[in-house]
Ligand binder design. Structure first.
Ligand code: SF4
Length: 359
């Protein structure tokens, strides 16, 4: 027998698949789903995900091409001037270093290679250098390339478009109301204008959020709708990673709420590449694998300055859940060259002391 709520979520999925926008009440209902409604909600989100993306997962690997040394004061970021987090700071990596890392990303099964540069807004000379890196990567590897380097103007974006760059990333991160509370050195509008200009330059736009920065539920819905109106092709849904030394404090997210946020973004942006991004391990905890039902993409090997779970563990999670990756390489070959796992050795067996701790 099917529960009424099950058919409600499936009806909303059908509505989303017909291109209709969910109402405020319907969107809000997704975030309010009770624990017992989680599976039907995920099933409905998966119906949308499967229609556009099948069971494929796009694996993204980030490269901090320039790290730290940033003038901005984003409260969540260990690269910001105000952060005390002890990160490794360095200026822009050489072309050779970036190309070697692109090679590694390609062999690790990456679909997209995301080059991230700290800083507010690159000047034209710096943008030319970035465009040169993109050209070289595109000539050598069948990788999609995304550049994240802050605020860009029209001239800068034209250079990147000519270089073969596929995508520009610039996250809105939070709502317009909340923005001054997380950053005072640039505005939500600055970020929005870059996204609008990138779209005009013919570049695909990637823009996401960081849940857990004090935004309200209504603001999450507002953000999801903003991405829908901007026709954002790729939405990284980050969950705050509270880092010692940063201004942004622990987020109070729980695993089920994180899954509901992913579902909300899937329902309101049905065709978008929804990425379960930074903080998936910490915030989704034991429910991490379930994020693959609303999301069709993830980061491998951590997030800028924070380590994630080891690459093979993430790939195993994808394989074990019956999903595949978008790569020239087979998941099995990347993982273990097709070999079976070895039998458990002595070190895996419980000892007498483990078995009889009261003795
Ligand atoms: S998010 Fe970007 S602009 Fe903000 S502090 Fe970090 S590197 Fe700088």
């Amino acid at each position: 027998m099917t529960d009424t709520r099950d058919t409600d979520y499936l009806r909303l999925a059908d509505k989303a698949l017909c291109g209709e926008e969910l109402t405020y009440e319907e969107s809000s209902g997704l975030l309010d789903a009770g624990a017992g409604d989680l599976l039907p909600l995920l099933q409905a989100a998966f119906k949308i995900r499967r229609t556009y993306w099948g069971t494929e997962v796009r694996v993204h690997i980030l490269n901090n091409v320039q790290n730290g040394l940033c003038s901005e004061d984003c409260s969540y970021c260990p690269q910001s001037g105000g952060s005390q987090a002890p990160i490794a700071e360095y200026p822009m990596k050489s072309e050779g270093e970036v190309l070697a890392e692109a090679d590694r990303a390609w062999r690790a099964g990456a679909f997209r290679y995301c080059m991230v540069f700290s800083g507010k807004a690159p000047d034209l000379a710096r943008t030319r250098r970035i465009a040169g890196y993109v050209e070289k990567i595109k000539a050598k590897y069948p990788l999609e390339v995304c550049v994240s380097a802050g605020i860009f103007g029209e001239e800068h974006l034209a250079l990147l478009k000519d270089s073969g760059c596929d995508r520009i990333n610039h996250n809105l991160n939070t709502s317009e109301r909340n923005y001054p509370l997380i950053c005072t050195t640039h505005t939500y509008r600055d970020r929005l204008n870059t996204l609008l200009a990138a779209g005009k330059a013919g570049l695909e736009v990637c823009s996401g959020l960081i849940a857990g920065l004090g935004e309200t539920r209504d603001e999450l819905i507002e953000l999801a709708l903003t991405f829908r109106r901007l026709d954002v092709k790729s939405i990284p849904v980050n969950f705050l990673l509270p880092i010692e030394g940063n201004k942004a404090a622990a987020a109070g997210l729980d695993p089920q709420y994180c899954l509901k946020i992913l579902c909300l973004f899937r329902f309101l942006n049905p065709r978008a590449e929804i990425r379960v991004a930074a903080g998936r391990e910490l915030n989704l905890r034991s429910l991490e694998v379930m994020s693959l039902y609303p999301a069709n993409s993830l980061f491998l090997d951590g997030y800028l300055n924070v380590k994630g779970s080891p690459g093979p563990r993430t790939l195993e999670m994808i394989r074990d859940a019956g999903f595949t990756i978008a790569s020239e390489f087979r998941l099995e070959d990347i993982l273990d060259g097709g070999k079976k796992a070895p039998p458990l050795g002595r070190e895996s067996l419980k000892t007498g002391r483990d078995l009889r701790p009261a003795l």
